[in-house]
Write a protein that binds this ligand. Sequence first.
Ligand SMILES: *Cc1c(COP(=O)(O)O)cnc(C)c1O
Length: 417
Amino acid sequence: MPSVASPALANHQDAQLRQRAARVVPGGMTGHLNAAALPAGYPQFFERGQGCRVWDVDGNAYIDFMCSWGPNLLGHHHPEVDAAAARQQALGDCLNGPTPRFVELAERFVARSAHADWVLFQKNGTDATTVGVMVARAATGKRKVLVATKAYHGADPWCTPVPNGITAEDRAHLIYYTYNDVASLEAAAAAAGDDLAAIVCSAFKHDIGVDQELPRPEFARRARALCDKAGAALILDEVRAGYRMHAGGSWETVGVRPDLSAWSKSIANGYALAAVTGVDALRDAATRIYTTGSFWSGGVAMAAGLATLEVAESTDVVAHVHRMGQRFRDGIAAQATSHGVGVRQTGPAALPLILFDNDPGVDRGAVFAAEALRRGVYLHPRHNMFLSLAHTEQDIDLALQATDAAFALVAQRFGSH
Ligand SMILES: *Cc1c(COP(=O)(O)O)cnc(C)c1O
């Protein structure tokens, strides 16, 4: 990716930490957090966060459009969430069994979604999607699971996007379809025959590096109907979109209710928590599977989850993140037009993605993001971003000043259109 010919940010501490990490951590960093996948200039290490701002280890401050890749729904260090977590921490976190917060949170969580009659808690989104598939297979006694090509559902062997270190057998019973494509979904269901356990769907299409797509109602309805016909479970992966798209569940927007939903990321505002919700018909299967973890019932994250729910519901966080995302999107669209640069903005406004036209190598996107970064705005050049309750109109407008300069640089480097 081309580097930006502008003064660099301070990066001395970051460079030192990267060198040290490279010696003791394979590759220096794993997975989605590896800053090597970002344009030059992006920091790897962060010192702190507050509201919608983060500071890297060299003291550079950024308006944060990643929100920790989703978890920080209410902003970093939300006072009510942190106070609830601190109160629980003073009492105990990891005990010989769960705290009362477990039941309190389960009740609140189930009350929130029309399709949820019960909930199981875990720690990560991968736990939740995996448990969802286990419940479906336990309930049906069937093996085949339909998943969309390129959709991200976590990093266990059945779903990790990079198949090194796994076997073909790990995926022997997956059948792939194309998101929003009814015919491909029908073909996949036909291929499963009478062995269909589940259809897994993302809340919306948010595959990295390509335009996002909201779920088409006819696609969602067909997924529902195919599951009903086969006695299979419709599993909605809410891990990315949950709490930002619709309070009661993302597919309420298309009028389709899943049998199981997988949640994580935003549900405890940065504390480690995941959940699977399900319908009564699957309660017995959810009772029969063996699924657990040393830290899954930790009280601190559950106290944080309860506080997150309270704040999210009393402030209508869905409306706020949508409004801020739309303000950002409108500003970006106007700037792109005025600089004569073609961009595509897709998906829900609260989870925005900006891709440049004629930019297969993300060269324009990289210059744009690196220049915004240099001006104190942390964007992602090819992954969806996230808005939070902490973003204000002033923050969005400040960020738009940086993106205006970034568009100017893109136009200068690459020309208009
Ligand atoms: C992040 C993500 C996961 C995995 O969650 P982890 O907490 O990283 O394990 C699963 N599904 C979707 C849609 C995600 O965005």
